[in-house]
Design a protein around this ligand. Structure first.
Ligand SMILES: [Zn+2]
Length: 317
């Protein structure tokens, strides 16, 4: 009896502050840092976003932890990338989608804009964040998902999305200008894995990864040998390491070129599949790409502003 009246009182107390509940931030869980950033930019103070994959985390290999699952059961909306990026979580999200609001934000992109996956005939290259033009489509998907979850805030989400899309336009302008200032014969990007295909296609760069589109395939000695020959033949002097992939194979490449009397250096560390530290400029989508564009263009011979397009990059990258 006492218990029942206690529960009744509790139900009453919970029901009372209805407006306060309606205004509590929408709880959003996002897999990659890039999607979490898009949700924060578009959601503003209407959302509380938890990103599952921090700096240096490889999404191709990531599996949900116990605390991720807890966060997802408490979330109002779950955003993942899709296109087989989170290969180890694919089944998990398909199951979860039967019970919760789950959206694969990159799967809303028109497939005519996507590159083929080099390992699977029926799949696409998931690294769409490398092209600001494609990322715009993802931001719009995020806006739609947030609007569906909280229709009352549609106008706020639309205004925030417009502002963020304008920043992405500015980024695209900077990228086009900086990357076009690299001498044509230097427009080759050698990286640890094939994350830069959309980037190369957008800006006219040849892109070569030691590993394929997924980091899950082992780099063969043949592949390293081929790349060493390319570096020597084309007289390329810079290769790039990635923050979320081991640089072991990259060292083998540099040593291989050195053994043939050709000096190759590391042009810098790029953010391929994960952003920089939270709370820093490089820990945002705009900062991540500004960093990559500035490091690549600078290392390959263009004049670029030291601190990038907004003067916000950390010194000495
Ligand atoms: Zn990748």
């Amino acid at each position: 009896m006492i218990r029942r009246s206690f529960l009744a009182a509790l139900a009453f107390a919970v029901a009372l502050p209805l407006t306060a509940w309606a205004e509590a931030p929408l709880k959003v869980v996002a897999t990659t840092g890039m999607i979490a950033d898009a949700a924060r930019q578009v959601g503003g103070d209407q959302v509380e976003v938890k990103g599952l994959m921090g700096p240096g985390v490889d999404p191709h290999a990531y599996r949900q932890t116990r605390s991720d699952i807890v966060a997802m059961t408490r979330a109002d909306l779950i955003l993942w990338h899709g296109l087989y990026l989170e290969a180890q979580m694919e089944d998990f999200f398909h199951d979860l989608g039967r019970k919760r609001a789950v959206v694969a934000v990159a799967e809303g992109i028109d497939t005519s804009k996507l590159r083929a996956h080099d390992d699977y005939a029926d799949k696409y290259d998931p690294h769409v964040w490398m092209s600001p033009a494609l990322w715009r489509d993802v931001v719009v998907e995020v806006q739609e998902a947030l609007t569906e979850a909280r229709p009352d805030a549609a106008d706020i989400f639309a205004a925030n999305a417009q502002a963020h899309l304008a920043e992405i336009d500015q980024l695209e302008g900077y990228a086009a200008q900086a990357l076009a200032s690299v001498p044509e014969s230097n427009r080759v990007l050698v990286t640890a894995h094939d994350a830069f295909g959309y980037f190369g296609a957008a800006y006219g760069y040849e892109v070569m990864g030691i590993q394929g589109i997924s980091t899950q395939s082992e780099a063969g000695l043949n592949r390293i040998g081929e790349l060493v020959d390319t570096l020597v033949d084309q007289q390329l002097t810079a290769v790039f390491v990635e923050s979320s992939v081991s640089d072991r194979s990259m060292r083998a490449l540099i040593e291989g070129a050195a053994a043939k009397g050709h000096d190759v250096g590391v042009g810098g560390e790029l953010y391929s599949d994960a952003m920089g530290e939270p709370g820093t400029y490089e820990g945002t989508y705009i900062g991540m790409l500004d960093h990559n564009i500035t490091v690549i263009a600078g290392a390959l011979g263009a004049e670029v502003p030291d601190r990038g397009m907004n003067g916000k990059l950390s010194a000495g990258f």
